[in-house]
Write a protein that binds this ligand. Sequence first.
Ligand code: ATP
Length: 331
Amino acid sequence: MTRITTVPERISSTRLAREVVLHVDGLVVDYAGVRAVDGIDFEVRRGEVFGLLGTNGAGKTTTLDVLEGFRAPTSGAVRVFGVDPLVERDRISPRMGIMLQDAGFFEDLTVRQTVRSWRRFYARPRGVEETLQMVGLEHRATVRVKQLSGGERRRLDLGLALLGHPEVLFLDEPTTGMDPEGRHRCLQIVRDLVEEGLTVVLTTHYLEEAEQLADRVAIMHRGRIRTQGTLDEVLAAHRTSVIRFELDPARVTEAALTALMWSPGAHVQRSATTTAVSIDSADPQADLGRLLAAADRTGVALDALTVTRSSLEDLFLALADEAAPTQGVPA
Ligand code: ATP
């Protein structure tokens, strides 16, 4: 029987920080004429949290399916712990924890019975009570699964994914439906385990979650990775700041507005009462100087003037805007 790695026995994450746990090389996946994943490459090292972000239908879940050994690539190669996860699934699955978007439970079992029955899949699983306590379900232990709320089901999913002391954890939108306390607890559990060397691949639509948890992110759109790196790298490689201000439309001429919007990164949103301008800027100090000079020259008052760093969310929206359709592309 395959030996399960337990947390205390796991080799220190510092020593193994450079070990590649997941390797994706030119991955392409087609579904009956639709190219869901269109040639992506990335690596995840031990102890890292890798955030796979993207629009609906970008190909994130398909990528996880391949990494988890549930689906064959159309072309390209994937390695998990150095082996093909499809071919060697039985051997490596005890080292993986998987939290699917929609796990199938036996609805009539209680929460405790569910955890107890899942323990049979592992050689040295966590204890039932420890697992329930970890995900905050100890007070729901005797409740049938079908009576759980959506957020409680996600907690149960997380508990089951962690049952076998996994070395790599796949989280597909783990906190969808969780209340703020559940989300906070889920992130804290993952953070604590990462400290002990757990490797995590996370897909999420909550960008602040990726900002809080992920060491590196990749942003996918229509099957391709549009950008990847550490959060700082990703943000630095794209626009880094946004200058925003508002104008009174009754007091600003079109000529003055044109002078204030010299930058190619300027966008305007007009309503009956306000003209709101934002300028994406890689050099906010210089651009702010030009803006203030233009305002002086044209005699325009800039209301609510702010300069903020671009968030991951700004970047995500910009990349998603680049091409409108969000469905897979024809293969
Ligand atoms: P979301 O954020 O909405 O969950 P995703 O990034 O996880 O999306 P996938 O679920 O991987 O995206 O889907 C990628 C593309 O492949 C989409 O166009 C989807 O419609 C298509 N697709 C996914 N599964 C299948 C399937 N079993 N058969 C045919 N097409 C599929």
